[in-house]
Design a protein around this ligand. Structure first.
Ligand SMILES: Cc1cc2nc3c(=O)[nH]c(=O)nc-3n(C[C@H](O)[C@H](O)[C@H](O)COP(=O)(O)OP(=O)(O)OC[C@H]3O[C@@H](n4cnc5c(N)ncnc54)[C@H](O)[C@@H]3O)c2cc1C
Length: 325
């Protein structure tokens, strides 16, 4: 029986990429503890998702099936995963710190009477003395957390753990009825308002171009979108422009938005407040365009352009488009 249980996430039968990072974290834990890991996925008709998870070196993969799991609700999923984790005797429960993971993991920890380290960025120390590092106050403080309960729940920040790679082995995949008391559920799924976009998703994109208040007015955000589209990237934004209603909420990058770590992050007319940096400073290469040479964004930028964005962004977009042919 595996002592590490990874809770994989799926929506509408599609495996969340973040779950591969949770498996990556489980592998690190397994190396440190000398243990093995198992993967569970919950839903209705998720045997196909479970089969996709068979090649990552897990001791086993289990699909937990129930009608009440057809769509995500925190209560039903916490029951399914919590009851399975209890029955499996896992000592570590690992999930990605996605919106769903952040919603569900504390409920699972409560059901298991387990201590929890949330949104961790690394696992340090050796078996028996493990320390989980997690950012606090927009990344200004890194807490070192020890959990003393026999069972430990961790949610891992996907951008800080490697995505697991296929090992070529085939884990045993099984399906079983999830333990959910449907009569006890007081949450009901009402509907999903899905945002359709031809652009890559903000958290998966290898290029992100974000705009801020320096763009002056909503119509000028088209400059950021055009640059992003030329690079095949996603569009992000500072909270200032989201709060002003210029762009949708789900474009926000930062402490209270999305955490991204693309290969290339371009910040256009963004000052670089700590709350914004908390969501993008892990990006591999950061380019900042700002007319104020003292803007804090330049402290984290690999390449800084002190210039008026209304001149340089269209010029850069045209040059990149010409290069693409
Ligand atoms: C609890 C809390 C949580 C928060 N969470 C977030 C979060 O998740 N994400 C986030 O982004 N913020 C967040 N904030 C807000 C944050 O503190 C800043 O207010 C916000 O990031 C500022 O957005 P901005 O950089 O677009 O605007 P500003 O700070 O106004 O910066 C605009 C920049 O544009 C430059 N500029 C102006 N004109 C031009 C031009 N023509 N050419 C080039 N540059 C130009 C200026 O020099 C300036 O640096 C949070 C705040 C709090 C208190």
């Amino acid at each position: 029986m595996a002592d590490i249980l990874v809770l994989a996430e799926q929506q509408l039968g599609k495996l969340a990429k973040a779950s591969l990072h949770a498996i990556g974290a489980a592998k690190i834990l397994a190396e440190k503890t000398g243990g093995t890991f198992e993967i569970a996925v919950a839903g209705q008709g998720v045997a196909g998702v479970a089969a996709q998870l068979a090649g990552f070196g897990a001791a086993g993969v289990v699909a937990l099936e129930h009608d009440a799991l057809a769509q995500y609700t925190a209560q039903a999923y916490a029951q399914a995963f919590g009851n399975y984790a209890k029955a499996s005797g896992a000592r570590f429960v690992v999930t990605a710190a996605t919106s769903i993971g952040k919603d569900c993991a504390p409920r699972i920890a409560a059901r298991l009477g387990a201590g929890m380290a949330a949104d961790i960025i690394s696992i340090e120390g050796a078996a028996g003395a493990l320390v989980y590092r997690r950012p606090m106050w927009a990344g200004n403080v890194i807490a070192h957390v020890k959990v003393n309960t026999p069972t430990v729940v961790v949610s891992v920040r996907p951008t800080d753990f490697p995505a697991a790679e296929a090992t070529g082995t085939a884990s045993l995949v099984q399906s079983q009825a999830a333990s959910v008391d449907a009569g006890s559920l007081r949450m009901q799924y009402v509907g999903l308002e899905k945002v359709e976009s031809s652009r890559p998703s903000l958290t998966d994109a290898s290029v992100v171009v974000s705009g801020g208040r320096g763009l002056k007015e909503p119509a000028n955000f088209a400059l950021v979108e055009k640059l992003a589209d030329t690079l095949g990237g996603a569009v992000g934004a500072s909270r200032a422009v989201v709060d002003s209603g210029w762009v949708p909420n789900d474009w926000q990058v930062g402490q209270t938005g999305k955490v991204v770590a693309p290969k290339l992050y371009i910040a256009v007319g963004i000052s670089g407040a700590i709350q914004h940096l908390a969501g993008m400073k892990g990006s591999r290469t950061i380019v900042a365009i700002n007319k104020d040479a003292d803007a804090p964004i330049f402290q984290v930028a690999d390449y800084g352009l002190v210039a008026d964005l209304f001149g340089v962004v269209p010029e850069l977009t045209d040059k990149l488009a010409a290069r693409k042919g």
